[in-house]
Every structure is written in C-alpha cells, then in structure tokens.
Design a protein around this ligand. Structure first.
Ligand code: F0G
Length: 451
C-alpha cells in the first residue's frame, strides 16, 4: 500500500467497549448494524458516505460560507467546479444524492410510467424510479451477479439487453448507468461501454443519466485497465465519461469527501428548468438546494481535490486492495476483483449452512461487530429483495472504507477480527425478522437469533 498523501491534524478518539457490552448493544439494535449507536463502535466501516475526512482546504473554505438565502457566492463556486470537472452546463444543488434522484425521476418519468434500464441497482435510485411511476429493469452484464467472476468491468451495461428492452418497451424515460457499481462490489464500467450505451441512447433519443457518486474511482480503474487511458489525467477521463451522458446525479458524500451534499447536473435546459421548479418545493431555492453556503464551498473544493489529486484516489483504492488481499489470503471468499470503496464478503460461502432466508449476511455483520466492535453492512437479501418479488442474488457483507480516516493498523485489526469470526463460523444459525419495514427494509429492520 502506498503511504497516505496527507498527515493528520485533527483526531477523534475511538474506544473499544467490552465484549459483553457489544453483545448487549447488537441485541438492542435488533441485530441490525444500522441501529447501533456509533459510540459503541470501534472501527466504523458501515459506509463511505459522509464519513470521510475533509482537507484543510475544505475546512477553511467552510469559513468562507456566504449564507445569503439567494445567489450565495459558494453556489457559483460549485457551479464552476462542476462545469470545469464534469463539463455539464447546469447544476442544481441538493442536500444529498437521493434528493437529486428524486428530482430526476419526477422530471423524466413524470407520471407517464415507463421502464428504466439500469446497470443492476442502487437501493434509493430504484425506489425513486418506482415512486415516480416507472419500472426498474436490470440491463447489467450477468457477470455483475457472480461474486467469483473477476471481469475487469462488471459495471458494464449489456448492450444487447438494452437494445432488446428498447425494442420491446416503447416508453423509456431514461437509462441510468452507475459508476463503480456499488451493489456489485464497487465495480467500474469501461469507457468503451459507456460510448456504446451512449450511442444507443442517442440513436433512440433517450436521456442517459450517470450516477456519478463514485466516478473518480471509476476513472481511476479506466486509467489502470483500459487501453489508451494510462497517460490521461483523472480529470480528463471524468470529463470524457460525462461527455457521453446527458446529466448526472451525485452524492458528494463519497468522492467529494464532504459530510453532506449532492447535486443534479445536466446539459438539458428543459430538465434544468423543471429541476429549478421542483427543487424549491423539496429542497430549497435552486442556488442552495437544502445546503448552507459553507457546504457548497466544501463540495466545490472537494470536486477539484478528488479529480486533481490522483494520489488520494490511488491511496484509497490501495487500502481497499490491501484489505481484499489479506482477507482472500486468509481463506475468506470476497467479491472479485477488488472494487472501489469496499471489500464485499460472500456470506453464502462464509456460512454455507445458513439458508438465504435466515439472512447469512445480516448474521455475519452482527458477528463481526460482536467480535471486534467493527461495524459493516449487509448487502444481500435484506437490502436486495424488493416487495414480493423473489430474490436469489448475491448475499454479501460490505466492509466499506471511509476516505482519509483509518490507517493500516486499523485495517490489520479488521482482518484479524474477521479471521476470528471465521474460526467459529459453524456456530451461528441465522436470524429471523421481528420487524420488517415495507420499503428499504435494511435501514430499520429488527431481527432475533434463530435458536
Ligand atoms: N447512488 C449510489 C451509487 C450510492 O451509493 C448512494 C448512497 C446514493 C446514490 C444516494 O446518495 O446517500 O447521498 O442520498 N450510498 C450510500 C452507501 C448510502 O452507503 O452506499 P445519498
């Protein structure tokens, strides 16, 4: 692993509480790591969302917040950064990524229904498409669903599947392509693929939406893995990706390393005009979209930092790779290949005796917390099953690394914790629902142990 291209100036103490207290804490949380109190967590690898460490430039930028209700200068800094790095003409800030997903789904689906092809899915993206009256459909390549397949671009869209959907369903409000496909293990799409998808969409006059949440790492993987990109800068690659699309939704809580914020950006004046109308209703005026001026300044600086300082991305991806290699060497089945923001453990292989309807990944996440106070997240049937439809997809635990927060010793500790859990893998029998929420059930669900 390369050394971090930064040093610490501010630290936050963390404490490992006693094992009996951890057992009690997870029981009180209904065996759901989302319901733990963070003060009971030692190493928090629940998510890379809003959990990163901002730079001195970002913190000092926050002191320059212009908190005017309208026309804050920080909005213009944000607009300029999006234009310089992404190349989109219009930007509407939002309080986080899902608010941008809400706006675009409302604007493009607009109660007319229709079918939205996506590479696999993200939880909130799918729900917003459905709440707006659309139908989600997966046009990802089949390799994305196979944790042991080491395809270099598991985030690709299957062009034949996409063409078929377009042929069969006349109403396609938009196509969504997600960078570093979260639910498949943080896996990138290739430039060749987005070029192909873009030309299909343009031929049929369909809006191509990029979920740019982890586009910086996607650009990094293109640079590493795809012919013709090794000499380009990340900024050039990001701009090229965006040039094939009509707009993006962004959760700046990941790549831009801020604690809150996101945006909808587009080249379509029509979409922008509609977004300006709607954002006032749901978020706030179009020059703040639910954010303070200081938040927009931190995002603007984060956009430039993430695209211009390649060492940050290189170090971050090398941390993920380190954790991935160590776990793999210890005999733990992990999703292939190493992805952008997290290592995903295959819980079906970890607990082959626990059937999927007894939630092996949820069980594993709870066991990892009890063993070492390490908080991770279920990414299997609890988060993937939708309504009444059957689910037999991947059953994973996501071990997610916040940007610029933990060091090598923390990662070594996490490896030892998971190795320890694997030594008693025969013991747990799985979990049963005590409370099952109707949507996005992973956030609030409660479980008890199967005896
Ligand atoms: N799109 C992707 C690919 C995401 O990973 C997320 C959030 C969102 C959209 C929504 O953004 O949280 O700012 O509203 N992912 C987080 C995670 C929650 O832990 O993976 P948001």
């Amino acid at each position: 692993m390369i050394p971090p291209p930064y040093k610490n100036k501010v630290i936050e103490p963390i404490v490992l509480i006693a094992k009996e207290k951890r057992i009690k804490a997870i029981e009180e949380a209904g065996y759901n790591t989302f319901l733990l109190r963070s003060q009971d967590v030692y190493v928090d690898l629940l998510t890379d969302s809003g959990t990163s460490a901002m730079s001195d430039s970002q913190w000092s930028g926050m002191m320059l917040g212009d908190e005017a209700y309208a026309g804050s200068r920080n909005f213009y800094a944000l607009e300029q950064a999006v234009s310089d790095v992404f190349g989109y003409k219009y930007v509407v800030p939002t309080h986080q990524g899902r608010a941008a997903e809400h706006l675009i789904a409302k604007i493009l689906i607009n109660k007319k229904g229709g079918c939205v092809p996506n590479n696999f899915y993200f939880t909130t993206s799918r729900v917003h498409q459905e709440l707006a009256g659309g139908t989600w459909v997966d046009v990802g390549i089949p390799e994305a669903n196979d944790p042991s397949n080491a395809h270099s671009f598991k985030g690709n869209i299957d062009a034949d599947k996409l063409k078929q959907v377009i042929k069969n369903k006349k109403n396609i409000p938009f196509v969504r392509i997600e960078a570093c496909l979260n639910m498949a293990g943080g896996q990138p799409f290739s430039m060749a693929n987005i070029i192909q998808v873009s030309s299909i969409c343009r031929r049929h006059g369909i809006f191509l939406l990029l979920d740019a949440t982890r586009v910086v790492e996607n650009a990094y993987f293109i640079k590493q893995r795809e012919n013709g990109y090794s000499k380009k800068t990340l900024a050039e690659i990001i701009r090229e990706i965006c040039s094939y699309t009509d707009g993006c939704t962004m959760s700046s809580k990941k790549d831009h390393m801020v604690n809150m914020g996101g945006f909808l950006a587009t080249n379509s004046k029509k979409v922008f005009e509609k977004a300006k109308e709607l954002v006032v209703v749901y978020e706030g005026l179009h020059t703040y979209g639910g954010l303070a001026g200081r938040d927009m300044e931190a995002i603007a600086r984060g956009i430039r930092e993430s695209a211009e300082c390649e060492e940050y991305v290189e170090h971050y991806v090398s941390q993920v790779r380190y954790l991935w290699e160590k776990l793999k060497k210890s005999g733990i089945s992990v999703v292939e290949p190493a992805g952008a923001h997290a290592v995903f453990i295959d819980a079906k292989k970890f607990y082959p005796h626990i059937p999927q309807n007894r939630f092996p990944a949820q069980t594993l996440a709870a066991e990892i917390y009890v063993e070492g106070g390490v908080r991770v997240m279920e990414r299997g049937i609890v988060s993937g099953k939708h309504g009444r439809e059957a689910y037999n997809g991947p059953e994973l635990v996501r071990v997610t690394i916040p940007r610029r927060v933990y060091d090598l010793a923390h990662l070594q500790y996490v490896v030892e914790t998971i190795k320890s859990v694997s030594k008693s893998a025969k013991l747990p029998k799985g979990l049963k629902f005590v409370y099952e929420p109707p949507t996005l059930r992973f956030f609030q669900a409660r479980f008890k142990k199967v005896k």
